[in-house]
Unconditional design. Sequence first.
Length: 296
Amino acid sequence: MRKLFGLGFLSLLLVVLWAVIQPQNNQLSATTNRNQPDYSQQMMQSHLGDRPVASNAIAPAPTVPVTSERVTYATVDGKPITGYLARPANSTTPLPGIIVIHEWWGLNENIEQMTERLAGEGYAALAVDLYAGPVAQTSEQARALTQAAGQMPQLLEDNLKQAYQYLTTEQNSPKIASLGWCFGGSWSLNTALLLPTELDAAVIYYGGQLVTESDRLDSLQMPILGLFGALDQNPSVETVRTFETALNELGKSAEIYVYEGADHAFANPSGTRYNAQAAEDAWEKTTAFLSQHLKG
């Protein structure tokens, strides 16, 4: 089992403390949602009593055998960043790429499993590590990591840009999408905003920090798939519909689905809010969407 806390996690906590004490002198990142000042608190509410532990629901295995390995895909603030790369075992040609972005728990075994499942659909899937090492096992730990990450969005942006470059140059991926859940769903949208003309598709699973301002969404050139739960308050259905309306009024290609009876993290088979019916339908929509826009 990976060591949960160490110098890296302590450093992140120091960043949080520094940010609380110091005056806000720096401009917020272009991808920071100005309308949600305490995202970590909202995430805490969404995950009350939840733990990233195995449940009776286990995600299906990849449809074809895959190979996986840990790769250094970026150097951020002088520190090498290691991700989890999975590909179909028998593939020898360049494949479309997917930047896979973890939930607020971090790059844990569930995300590795989902990355392998995506690879089984015919992709070079790279799970990035926006926490640069630590993985949470409780909501309190996840909140601390999310708070720390929120204080340094420029480093996360650098991380994601280098992930895109890794898939482009090291994997020779002809097309690339972003895909994330929870915290990662928000950062899948942020990746699209960072790479509005380069990215070929973006998938958002219940990302709480949805950008809804038309002037910020106008630059997006890729199709977007959004998958949300009707019981979720992070984001609420009202926020999701505002997001959908803004995209539609801008003439963007957007498919937005809200599942009745589904809550936040409905697609996480290792969590307590897993909803098999919604998760399976969302997976079918995800694979069809990626196939259309990355392989078409």
